[in-house]
Every structure is written in C-alpha cells, then in structure tokens.
Design a protein around this ligand. Structure first.
Ligand SMILES: NC(=O)c1ccc[n+]([C@@H]2O[C@H](COP(=O)([O-])OP(=O)(O)OC[C@H]3O[C@@H](n4cnc5c(N)ncnc54)[C@H](OP(=O)(O)O)[C@@H]3O)[C@@H](O)[C@H]2O)c1
Length: 282
C-alpha cells in the first residue's frame, strides 16, 4: 500500500548515494520528488529515473550549492512552484573527509561546516516560511552515526554533524508550535559514491580501526532507505537504520565513559595491527 501518494518531496543531495536511493523509493511509493545537487549530469540522470519510477508524478531537478543561502532560496522557490507546495523536506547533502586535527588543512574544517552544517541551515531557512504558513509537514535532517560518538580522524567531519543535532533539537521545538515535525536521521556506514571517495585518502589508522571494529558494518543504500521510510511517519525524533547504529547511539548516551574506553581499545588494537603489518615483510 503506497504511503506517499501525492506527497511533495524535496531532497538535497538527491542525485547520488542515499539521497538518490531515497528519491527513487519515494517516487515508487507515489511521491512527486524534486532533487537538488550541484552536478547537472547526475541530476538529469536521476530525473529520468524518477520519471520512470512514477510517470504520473511532477518531478524536478534543481542545480544549487547548499552552502550558498541565496542559491537555496532560489531553489526553494523553483521547487515550490513546480510541485505546488511541499510536504517533506529532506536535508541530506553532505560529505566526509577523514584526517587528523593536526594534519587536515584549515580549509577542510571550514568547508565541512559550510556544506554539512550550513547547507542544512540554508535549506531549512529557505523552506521555513512555506512550512510555517502551511502549518504541517516534515523536515528531516540527515546527520551521521559520527554525530553520536567521534573517533580518531573524524574531528572535522563529526563537528559538522554534531552541530546539526543542536540545530535540529531547537528547530524541532520551534516548528512544533507551527504543527511541523522535525526529525534527525543518523545513517550507518553505507556503500555510496561518497563513502568510496572518503576511503581514498583516509589515514591508514582510521581504516584499520574501522576494519577491526565490532560496530562498523557497511550497509546498502536500499536497506538504509527502507528503514528511513519506516521511521519517517512515526513520532520518534532520532532515526537509526540498523542495529549497529542503534547500539552505538544507546551505548554513547547511556554509558558515555565506557563507550570512550571501548573506542580507545579499538584504536590501540588498530595501532598494534598496523605496526605488526609494517614489520611483516611483504
Ligand atoms: N555513506 C555513508 O557511509 C554515510 C554515513 C553516515 C552519514 N552519511 C551522510 O549521509 C548523507 C548522504 O551521504 P552519501 O554517502 O549518500 O553521499 P554521496 O554518495 O557523496 O552523495 C552526496 C550527494 O550530495 C550532493 N552534494 C554534495 N555536496 C553538495 C553541495 N555543496 N551542494 C549541493 N549538493 C551537494 C552530491 O551531488 P553533487 O556533488 O553533484 O553536488 C550528491 O547528490 C551525507 O550527509 C553524509 O554525510 C553518509
């Protein structure tokens, strides 16, 4: 039974990875979807796939950089005109760059905040007048499991994702007074083009730690999206797609000191394995 029939949806970062899989699943479920990203070729390709998934929907693709507030105001206007309103806003755009605090260039800290945090702020604020006037709807902010606990090599990325949580909690209360629901989704490690890029220049200790972690399975976008769609209509603020992301959230909130100790154990273990590999002749 389709649940999103006639729903109007806008998704940032909707041309690849989790965002694209979500856009197509929502279209198949009966929604009209407008996707937003920078690259025109991937937008065109996604728009064609949306039309094939739901030929009766009014789909669209808008090229804009979420870190530019003026561009997002224009994108919002375009989408609202095309769709004739909006029911669900998904702020999903973002990227990860791993690197130690000492080694990452200054610019990386700023760009991660500009895209991951300010990108969500700009998108929400562009659609806020519409939602306040309408008096209903859903706004989802996509964050990360690394907004719950940060580890070696993720200082810059996690800071941009932790910031989303503070913003989302306040926004939730403010929009509640207008009848609008705000939710926060924490994807687990997911097999996407973004993850492949992230892994290309990841510090070896980061990679080693992830490979040895009990809580780091890589999931398919389809699995993550299925969990998202099950969680979307409900009343829960936090959304986790998989058992490992739920366990990480549970541990970090209920046993914060123990969680740090366990993470330190994984780091020390990874350090030893790397040292051993370096000594072993290949
Ligand atoms: N994959 C994972 O393991 C994982 C884990 C936890 C959280 N997440 C989060 O989930 C979200 C989606 O991740 P993903 O892995 O699916 O990413 P992805 O495969 O890299 O896709 C990212 C999407 O965002 C768009 N985008 C990137 N920068 C943008 C900008 N400045 N303005 C507008 N659009 C932009 C990209 O298109 P253009 O480049 O053409 O603009 C693309 O459509 C991100 O917020 C990410 O942090 C991912």
């Amino acid at each position: 039974m389709p649940t999103l029939t006639h729903s109007k949806v806008f998704i940032t970062g909707g041309s690849a990875g989790i965002g694209r899989a979500l856009a197509l699943a929502m279209a198949r479920d009966g929604a009209s979807v407008v996707v937003c990203a920078r690259g025109q070729a991937a937008l065109d390709d996604t728009l064609a796939a949306l039309k094939a998934a739901n030929p009766t929907g009014r789909h669209g693709a808008v090229a804009a950089d979420v870190s530019d507030p003026a561009a997002m105001r224009q994108a919002a206007q375009q989408a609202l005109e095309l769709l004739g309103g909006l029911d669900v806003l998904v702020c999903n755009s973002g990227y990860a760059q791993a690197g130690t605090v000492a080694e990452l260039p200054d610019d990386s800290f700023r760009r991660l905040m500009d895209v991951n945090y300010f990108g969500h702020v700009n998108t929400v604020r562009a659609f806020q007048p519409h939602f306040q006037a309408q008096g209903h709807g859903r706004i989802v902010l996509v964050s990360s499991g690394l907004a719950v606990l940060s580890v070696y090599g993720y200082g810059a990325y996690s800071a941009s994702k932790f910031a989303i949580t503070g913003f989302a909690q306040a926004l939730r209360q403010e929009m509640m007074l207008h009848g609008v629901t705000v939710k926060l989704f924490l994807p687990p490690t997911t097999d996407t083009p973004g993850l492949k890029r992230e892994n290309e220049d990841k510090p070896p200790l980061c990679l080693e730690m992830e490979m040895g972690s009990a809580l780091n399975a890589t999931h398919t976008p389809e699995k993550v999206v299925a969990a998202f769609l099950k969680w979307l209509p409900g009343g829960r603020f936090y959304g986790y797609a998989t058992w490992d992301s739920w366990l990480q959230f549970f541990m970090a909130h209920h046993f914060p000191e123990l969680t740090l100790i366990l993470a330190d154990g994984e780091l020390r273990g990874a350090e030893k394995r790397l040292a051993k590999k370096a000594q072993t002749p290949s």
